[in-house]
Ligand binder design. Sequence first.
Ligand code: A3P
Length: 318
Amino acid sequence: MSEETKIVIDSHEQLLLSLPKTNGWLGDIYLYQGFWCPSKILTNIISLQKHYQAHDQHILLASTPKSGLTWLKALVFSITNRVTYTLSATPLLTSNPHELVPFLEFTLYAHNKIPEINSTSDISLSPRLFSTHIPYVSLPESVKHSNCRVIYICRNPFDSLVSFWHFATGEGRLKYTMEEYAEKFCEGEVGFGPFWDHILGFWKESLEKPEKVLFLKYENLKEDPVFHVKKLAEFVGFPFSLEEEKQGVVEEIIKLCSLKNLKELEVNKNGKFMPNFRNKSYFRKGEVGDWVNHLSPSMVERLKKVMQEKLSNSGLTF
Ligand code: A3P
């Protein structure tokens, strides 16, 4: 082990000792900069906060876990790469969306790596798409001060909670019942939580800087995908031409990125993009309001109360 690595590990351990902690899904989670951070990726987050330089051509896709990020990645990848790849030869047919739009904290800055994404030569590959679950306040300063774009997708907390519970139990390691997990969620003590602080951080920024942060709701995207896909394309600087619209390119992208289509691809049935997670776990039902089948009236009441309290006066409703 190099001296430098030893120093990083020592200071990481010192930091962990100083932070409040509680049980999380895959081990302890630590309250770092106001959010509950899984211990395994704290070093990655500190590293990317230090090293990641956002450029004007970068596009950052962000969300709390289980809000529709996989879908957003597929759509934005398809929109921004439609000149490079025809829809019948897109890498989306053979790679999971998370491979095509990597996470800064889980993938790019993992294992003490500092990826070469800051060099000018890389910018020629613009736009560069990245993703994150980190709250807005904790993103590197360069994200806030460059002209890079941020697209945030949020989902109603009830479906998001239920989706996470299925994802984590499907991966076989969540030790909480739905009720216990709902309680943790209401306390804010879940990875990248509290949920409401996360969404409010991006919501406020999208109101102050609408040209920089686009705030999308999963439910709205489901309700009117054509409108929102066109909006996404304009926001990232790749608007559809009238010719493309006439040819039905928008609808083709929506079809390609549909849950039904992605779920049936071999790579998403049997592949893995991270050692621990199977691609298939990212595609379940994709329904709005599935929570009614899983949450008891008392859980719903409790969560409604918390959300009302936390979101009142924000203008954000579900
Ligand atoms: P459900 O568990 O409710 O089915 P994330 O992508 O942020 O991890 O969120 C996962 C949720 O988005 C899951 O919700 C999953 O089924 C849904 N999802 C994944 N791909 C989708 C797609 N192409 N269209 C709509 N929903 C999708």
